[in-house]
Ligand binder design. Structure first.
Ligand code: ADP
Ligand code: ADP
Ligand code: MG
Length: 452
């Protein structure tokens, strides 16, 4: 196994990685920006290194600072977490060149699978269904108009380097396209420093269904079942569940096979996620592969009993998978609510000092958070401050447990989106499960109407 791992991230995922390392007897080194000196992942650390000023670009996104920290502290591995540099192929290469094991796929596999436009061609060649759209990037408005004409409106313009729902614009007609193209390009440039765009047909009223993958260096690839992440706002996930209740066993098997084929086509190693949209008619299409651990990995852990971060550490250490596809069984149902420091209905971020903090508990409840009473949420990073996961024998039980958990959660000093979660978990349509990716935005619209 690896001996000492640099945890190149912050927040709850830094704690999650630390736990898995400690359990496996691996030493850890934490890093922090000047804004995170008081953070839990630093307080708990026996060794930590300040990597720069608060702005992510100057610290958690600074490859040189992270590599220097890893080298100076004698680390043989580096865990990138999610976000930040986790899907950056140059960073993965730089780690390897410096003799540090990047806990994730190779730079080459990230390039192949992680570039959203390039992945489409790769997947099509591997026989994985892909939404109709451009072959690779589109180079101009004229190019985009021609492809859109061919596949038919409505279409989505997407940034090749996109993530977190950024750099995506819907176009319903040729009139819309030039403005949408410019807006998406500008957003992509601002968010990712890369404004390459591609285009795909919009699937109407789909669900977002994704599969968790594990692949070792020996060439074994398995999937750990699916997650339904259709509760989204602005293409960003808010609630996730596993397994997806809309999949028949046959469709689950077919999509699982496609996900494994997708990972094999990319020469993938490590934990990863293959994302699909699923039409109401049961047609599924590959949309992207996330070449890292996912925020919502915990719900898969709850229904499979597999510790995904431990598996990442084993795989990076060169060990073969210790389970086969047949060993994977899905038990019960799990739901996750992402708790964000923001106004529950305007979504304006609400950083600041948490003056009181009480967490729920009880059977089937898991909470991953870095917050404590007296902690100050800095304004510089993602607003997610924790995740509540509820597991039950059935979806109904998981929902009931989540409702109780949300009623117990008490946070003072900052705003959180807990109230929105309480409303969603009490919503009949959510309970019935009849939701597409538009459900949340529709609900927010009708709620705003009612409160006018
Ligand atoms: P998921 O939630 O499915 O794991 P997301 O796309 O929502 O994936 O991203 C996970 C986290 O990483 C979020 O906190 C998001 O803000 C952040 N993130 C995603 N893509 C990028 C990127 N290219 N650069 C920086 N942060 C990103
Ligand atoms: P990101 O990299 O930002 O996560 P994705 O390509 O995964 O971007 O798309 C974000 C979300 O947008 C998806 O989770 C899904 O809800 C929606 N979406 C993506 N592609 C399509 C499509 N072709 N048709 C309909 N909805 C889509
Ligand atoms: Mg996505």
């Amino acid at each position: 196994m690896l001996k000492r791992v640099l945890i190149a991230n912050r927040g709850e995922i830094a704690l999650r990685v630390r736990r898995a390392c400690r359990e496996a007897g691996i030493e850890t080194v934490s890093v922090y920006s000047q804004a995170d000196a008081e953070a839990l992942h630093v307080q708990l650390a026996t060794r930590s290194v300040c990597i720069g000023p608060p702005r992510a670009a100057d610290s958690y996104l600074n490859p040189t600072a992270l590599l220097s920290a890893a080298i100076a502290t004698g680390c043989d591995g580096l865990h990138p977490g999610y976000g930040f540099l986790s899907e950056n192929p140059e960073f993965a290469d730089a780690c390897a060149e410096n003799g540090i094991t990047f806990i994730g796929p190779s730079g080459d596999a990230i390039r192949k699978a992680g570039s959203k436009s390039a992945a489409r061609g790769l997947m099509r060649a591997a026989g994985v269904p892909v939404t109709p759209g451009s072959d690779g990037p589109v180079s101009s408005v004229e190019d985009a108009l021609a492809v859109a004409e061919q596949v038919g409106y409505p279409v989505l313009l997407k940034a090749s380097a996109g993530g977190g729902g950024r750099g995506i614009r819907r176009c319903d007609s040729a009139q819309d396209l030039p403005d949408a193209y410019a807006a998406a390009k500008a957003e992509a440039n601002a968010c990712f420093g890369n404004d390459e765009m591609y285009l795909e047909k919009l699937v109407l009223e789909p669900r977002h269904i994704e599969f968790q993958i594990l692949a070792d260096r020996q060439g074994h690839v398995i999937h750990l079942g699916d997650r339904d992440c259709s509760i989204q706002r602005r293409n960003q996930k808010l609630i996730e569940e596993a397994p997806a209740r809309c999949l028949t066993p046959e469709l689950r098997e077919e999509m699982g096979r496609a996900a494994v084929a997708a990972a094999k086509a990319a020469g993938y190693v490590g934990a990863g996620t293959v994302e699909f949209v699923l039409s109401p008619q049961g047609q599924f299409y590959f949309i992207e592969m996330n070449t890292r651990i996912q925020v919502e990995h915990g719900i898969t852990e709850m229904i499979t009993g597999v510790d995904l971060v431990r598996q990442q550490l084993r795989i990076a250490s060169g060990l073969p998978l210790d389970l086969t596809q047949e060993d994977v069984t899905l038990t019960g149902h799990a739901i996750e609510c992402r708790i964000n420091a923001e106004d529950p209905f305007t979504f304006v971020p609400s950083p600041g000092r948490v003056t009181a903090w009480h967490l729920p508990g009880g059977p089937g409840i898991r909470i991953d958070t870095h917050v404590f009473s007296g902690y100050t949420v800095p304004p510089y990073y993602d607003s997610m401050i924790g995740k509540i996961i509820a597991h039950g024998d059935t979806r109904e039980q998981a929902i009931a447990r989540m409702r109780v958990a949300l009623s117990e959660l008490a946070v003072e000093g900052i705003k959180t989106n807990t109230k929105l979660h309480r409303e969603l978990l009490a919503d009949e349509r959510f309970f019935q499960g009849g939701t597409s990716i538009h459900y949340l935005e529709e609900k927010l619209r009708s709620r705003a109407e009612a409160h006018k």
